[in-house]
Design a protein around this ligand. Structure first.
Ligand SMILES: CC(C)(COP(=O)(O)OP(=O)(O)OC[C@H]1O[C@@H](n2cnc3c(N)ncnc32)[C@H](O)[C@@H]1OP(=O)(O)O)[C@@H](O)C(=O)NCCC(=O)NCCS
Length: 177
């Protein structure tokens, strides 16, 4: 899988590399990413970022597929998109976009492309997407990426500030297309 490349317009989705660690460190320090994609307690330093990248580069357990979202033009890191909890035809999807790359639908395009690959190449049937109700940008990403809302989960996840938040559950089926 280390040679996997998924292209979509001006984006290239590819496996994580050690050299992504400094950009990941900066992204994980962004307050919105720290809140909505929490990485646990403790400061995000170079070592934490390198471990983060290496965990996501190691697909050997078969339970996740994690990709860096990069610019086709210059290779810059723009974001992250990952399938987690891959099991029995199901998975969940998560993402963030680096602050400087926001406002041009990077996450929507990355989610659409990885979902297509999940259905066509991994043979998944259902991919779920959860976001805090208090995070409307992520709700818009879900809707735009073709993940209809299925309901509200009450106080279902503890986010970066340590509080539990209600979440919207969205999902897409292979048969939706
Ligand atoms: C959510 C996130 C990934 C979206 O970033 P992006 O890929 O650059 O998306 P865009 O900024 O192009 O916005 C996508 C849509 O959301 C809308 N949007 C952006 N910020 C919004 C906000 N605060 N409230 C409501 N809608 C918002 C945009 O207007 C756009 O809508 P459109 O499709 O009608 O044009 C990014 O804001 C982010 O990384 N946030 C912090 C981490 C996070 O929330 N991760 C997801 C956890 S579930």
């Amino acid at each position: 899988m280390e040679h996997l490349q998924l292209a979509v317009a001006d984006l290239v989705l590819r496996p994580w590399r050690d050299e992504d660690a400094p950009a990941v460190r900066d992204a994980l320090r962004d307050p919105a990413i720290a809140q909505w994609n929490p990485q646990g307690d403790g400061p995000i330093d170079d070592e934490v970022a390198l471990l983060w990248v290496r965990r996501r580069a190691d697909w050997s357990a078969g339970d996740h597929a994690s990709l860096a979202v990069t610019s086709a033009a210059d290779g810059d890191l723009l974001g992250s998109v990952s399938l987690h909890h891959i099991r029995h035809g199901d998975a969940s999807i998560g993402y963030w976009t680096a602050p400087a790359a926001r406002g041009r639908h990077v996450a929507v395009r990355a989610v659409v492309r990885l979902t297509e690959w999940a259905f066509a190449d991994l043979g998944l049937h259902r991919v779920e997407l959860c976001h805090a109700v208090a995070n409307p940008a992520s709700c818009r990403v879900a809707d735009r990426a073709g993940y209809p809302a299925e309901g509200t989960l009450r106080e279902s996840y503890r986010y970066g500030d340590g509080r539990r938040y209600d979440e919207h559950l969205h999902a897409r089926l292979a048969s939706d297309r």
